[in-house]
Design a protein around this ligand. Sequence first.
Ligand code: GLA
Length: 359
Amino acid sequence: MPARRVVAFAPGRVNIIGEHTDYNEGLALPFAIEQGVTVAAVVAPGEDAAAESIEALALDLDERDSFLLPAVSPIHPADGWRAFVRGAVAELAAAGTALPGARLEITGDVPQGGGLSSSAALTVALCLALLELGAGAGEPPALRVDGIALARLCSRVENEWTGAHTGLLDQIASLCGAPHAALLIDFRSLEVQRVPLEPEGWRFAVADSGERHSHASSGYNERRAECASACRLLGVDSLREVGAGQLAGLPAPLQRRARHVVEENERVLAAARAIRERDMPGLAALVNASHASLRDLYEISTPAVERTVEGLRAAGAVGARLIGGGFGGAVLGLFAPGTPLPAGAIEVAPGAGAHVCAR
Ligand code: GLA
């Protein structure tokens, strides 16, 4: 039997608006970007040791990992990119996927820790490649056909194996992305609507604040816990159930956190409308309002992020805001037609969602 090789690609994402709403059953409007992570998975038959183990190579970092399949021996946790590989294999096996031993070659072009969701791109690409390898001749496993179920599994990898209590934004954006479209995601119904995004010369670009963050060690988990406390005090299951008028009784800082979430959901709907009506200046104003709220109410900006936002605006961005978990990472700028992008900013445009490229 010849060696079997499958290749899967998963993109990172940019979130136009709707930050820290996903774990509050709210709304967000991201798009998958063209940059992403590619995983080539190879099964070389006939090598006994390889048949029972996973060997993973992070080619850009020149690093490797290897461990036995969970059917042979429990997988131990690890740090950095290895946590995602080990978690993906363990969670897929726990979900009933029959995995052969394999070599996984990982490459990518999403800046890591930069707020563009390199970690979700890695997890989704790994899972797609492994699912494809594990697929037998019969029915495709449910996870291969149900994007939301796969997004949940990928999110479990991040939650359980890296300790970051993140929501489903990044995984759904990576799995459901499409060229020329933003995605209006409702995290209560998990419905995803494509919003055609053809900005007629307007451009999105990201600039790195230079500050690296990990969700597990930043204030991300603390913000999530604060939202849960606000819900307990309000007697609701999620902040989606309350309006701005019901927050007055909450103590500080919970009132500020909840207000951000409630108002951000409204901004997401207004932003989807602005895109449909091709009102890009209107969209830019909403992006600026989102940033002010993340800075003043949610309090997840930093001096380096503020300098980056100011730098983009000084260079002509009509709208600019931090994206992702905050406490560092990337800033998104929206530029009018004809405005040159500042040095160091990377243009981002909606690209294809995650897919198997070769089987
Ligand atoms: C990170 C998390 C997402 C989401 C954003 C904030 O990117 O991974 O789940 O919570 O932060 O909107």
